[in-house]
Write a protein that binds this ligand. Structure first.
Ligand code: NAP
Length: 290
């Protein structure tokens, strides 16, 4: 990588940022496309977000990704916001525009593209969505806009699931969406589900934990997508597999949210063939060799 006076800078703002895989995605893309661009992590301390966004603009930073805990907090500091990101209420990508940054949410489109590459459809599916945090909210929007037959949001705190359902009924008309406590999942009547695991249960180092312990429901999950990628195979995925289902972890979602951000910053298209070696590099970075 040659850094000179014309090198553009992109980066990640969040706290913590030390374990991010995003530099692997963007610096390899820059190399692949022979773009004079470097991507670095920027640790932003609590209370420093407004100055960080303003300062990045003054330093001519081309674009930034935003991670925990700033995906919603960053919104007031944007010049513009994409309509979908506004609906979701979370921004993970900032694109330089006149006088500031425009905010996008590429997590959702990243998950959609990742699922497509795995041949996992949302259209006409009964989606069992586990969790009602920030990620689950975005996935609920994705499922509604991608034509799911029914969306069932199950959460430990049922009130949070009910809140998402209320909001979505106002925003996307005609969506069949219901809220339910995790403990009641067994009472569902549907025979077959696409399940999307959006809780933090099972995340490293608590790798033995699983949000649904009841074996019966796994017989009805034909595909289980887990947004977690550390560990590479979660306990949830192991259970889906053991009951004959197909699985996908969150690494490809992470890859494609990055790819879509890179496409927005550089006005280019990244193909599935170009994405494949990046996934391998991310796996190597995680110590996964398969
Ligand atoms: P969040 O807003 O903090 O939400 C956490 C969710 O997990 C809530 O629904 C919470 O339920 C549930 N939960 C936590 N502990 C639980 C427990 N012991 N039992 C049952 N439920 C529990 O987090 P988030 O931002 O939505 O992220 C969720 C997951 O998605 C994380 O693991 C994150 O790493 C992953 N993620 C991956 C990507 C990717 O690119 N692959 C992108 C975004 C997020 P309550 O409401 O009851 O507390």
């Amino acid at each position: 990588m040659k850094i000179d006076g014309k090198t553009r800078t992109c980066g990640l703002i969040g706290n913590p940022v030390e374990h991010t895989l995003s530099p692997v995605i963007h610096n390899n893309l820059a190399q692949m496309f022979e773009t004079n661009l470097v991507y670095v992590p920027f640790l932003v301390q609590e209370g420093g977000l407004a100055e960080a966004v303003k300062g990045a603009y003054q330093l001519n930073v081309l674009g930034m990704n935003v991670t925990v805990p700033y995906k919603s907090d960053v919104i007031p500091y944007l010049k513009e916001i994409d309509a979908l990101a506004e609906k979701i209420g979370a921004v993970n990508t900032l694109v330089r525009c006149e006088d500031g940054y425009k905010g996008y949410n590429t997590d959702m489109s990243g998950l959609f593209r990742a699922m497509q590459t795995e041949g996992i459809q949302i259209k006409d599916e009964n989606v069992l969505l586990l969790g009602a945090g920030g990620a689950a909210r975005a996935v609920a929007y994705l499922c509604a806009s991608a034509g799911a037959k029914k969306i069932i949001i199950c959460n430990r705190t049922v009130e949070k699931a009910q809140e998402i359902v209320r909001e979505m009924k106002l925003q996307i008309e005609g969506t069949d969406i219901v809220a339910m406590a995790l403990a009641d999942v067994r009472t569902l009547a549907e025979e077959s589900f696409l399940a999307v695991q959006c809780t933090s249960v099972g995340l490293y180092p608590n790798v033995e934990d699983v949000v649904l312990a009841d074996g019966e429901i796994y017989d009805r999950i034909h595909t289980g997508v887990d947004l977690i990628y550390r560990p590479y195979e979660t306990q949830f995925m192991k259970l889906v597999k053991a009951h004959g289902g197909k699985t996908m972890n969150g690494l490809k979602m992470l890859l494609y949210q990055g790819i879509i951000a890179y496409e927005l910053w550089n006005q280019c298209d990244v193909t599935e063939e170009q994405a494949e070696p990046l996934l391998q590099k991310m796996k190597e970075e995680m110590g996964i060799y398969e």
